[in-house]
Design a protein around this ligand. Structure first.
Ligand code: PLP
Length: 343
């Protein structure tokens, strides 16, 4: 039996909680350092570091779980390694090699095994790899030095209330410009979403739904999660396709689950906002919350409601949620290569 920290696993919240070890590697003189674990939760960087002046940063988010068999696993971390590689390239940062990302993941999770919440608690170990320009710049250009860190923390569900539907609102702001950074997992996309998020929160909504910035005709995604819809006849899974939405690993996995495990038809295509009343279910998907059912979308004085609205999640959304979390927790057989065993 592994040692477990004495934490209230059922009431962790989704908050920062430093663990003993984190992984750190530095990029200097054209190469990544060997890297390794550190006890130090503080970062010391130059006052003119590129991250502080021009926000050169990208990140990832994934989770480690204890399965029903007592194994510690991650869900498709190769896709996080790849996406972070692509994000770094787009932001003119030296990408962290994918096999090193996976090695760092193993090392970091193994060093913090006592923080992986026990099976059945509903909690998980959230893993946040990130990379930022640590070398000084003042003229606008990519930095010469970078830091890669991977930190972990035990977390509860992102939205308390479990599978209870949430209400979101259509934003008057845009998350990402056409041909901008919407497809890149960068902190800068979140910096500029905070104002819009505050506006939504003050109006009583959990999240913003963003429309395509060029025409405000198509649905994109929410501030931190992709979206999907279920047709009236419950036979089709529909999810928006656009160059400015973040390629969610959860979404890509749900597309597979819907088609190959639940026998649904899948449509990945531009989705017009005007179509939304035709759907019977709506959900948000991402690593943090896996799936959050959406009961209602508020749009300037009118509401689009799905199924039983805020009362309960629709049956297909629930089935998708149960199947995907079952795969992650080892109670549903996983497609080849999805589960990465760490301990
Ligand atoms: C991280 C993120 C998602 C979800 O991606 P997952 O790989 O499923 O966690 C969706 N939208 C945005 C904007 C994100 O940053």
């Amino acid at each position: 039996m592994r040692e477990l920290k004495n934490l209230d696993w059922e009431h962790l919240g989704f908050i920062y909680r430093p663990c003993e070890k984190r992984y750190v590697a530095e990029y200097k003189n054209g190469a990544w350092s060997e890297g390794g674990l550190s006890d130090d939760p503080e970062v010391r960087i130059n006052e003119c570091a590129g991250i502080l002046q021009y926000c050169q940063e990208c990140f990832e988010g994934l989770k480690a779980y204890e399965t029903s068999k007592g194994e510690i696993v991650c869900f498709r971390p190769d896709l996080n390694a790849e996406r972070m590689y692509n994000s770094a390239e787009y932001l003119c940062m030296p990408p962290f090699p994918k096999e090193r990302f996976l090695a760092a993941l193993e090392e970091t999770v193994k060093a913090n095994l006592a923080y992986v919440p026990p099976y059945g608690s509903g909690a998980s170990l959230y893993i946040r790899p990130y990379m930022f320009a640590s070398g000084p710049v003042i003229g606008v250009k990519p930095s010469d030095e970078y830091t890669f860190r991977m930190i972990v923390m035990p977390v509860g569900p992102y939205y308390t209330g479990g599978a209870k539907p949430i209400a979101i609102m259509v934003s008057d702001f845009d998350r990402a410009a056409p041909h901008g950074t919407g497809h890149v997992k960068a902190g800068l996309n979140y910096a500029m979403s905070m104002h819009a998020h505050e506006v939504a929160a003050k109006a009583g909504y959990t999240e913003n739904l963003y429309l395509d910035p060029a025409r405000r005709k198509y649905v994109e995604e929410t501030g931190g999660a992709n979206v999907f819809f279920i047709s009236q006849d419950k036979k089709t899974f529909v999810t928006p396709k656009s160059d400015s939405i973040l390629p969610s690993i959860t979404k890509r996995s749900l597309v597979y689950v819907a088609e190959h495990m639940l026998g649904l038809k899948v449509e990945e295509r531009p989705v017009e906002f005007a179509e939304l009343p035709e759907f019977s279910e709506c959900g948000m998907c991402g690593t943090a919350a896996v799936i959050s059912p959406v009961g209602r979308i508020h749009d300037h004085g009118r509401d689009i409601v799905f199924g039983k609205s805020m009362e309960e999640a629709g049956p297909v959304t629930m089935k998708l949620y149960e199947t995907l979390t079952g795969i992650q927790l080892g109670t549903v057989e996983a497609p080849e290569g999805w589960i990465y065993r760490i301990a």
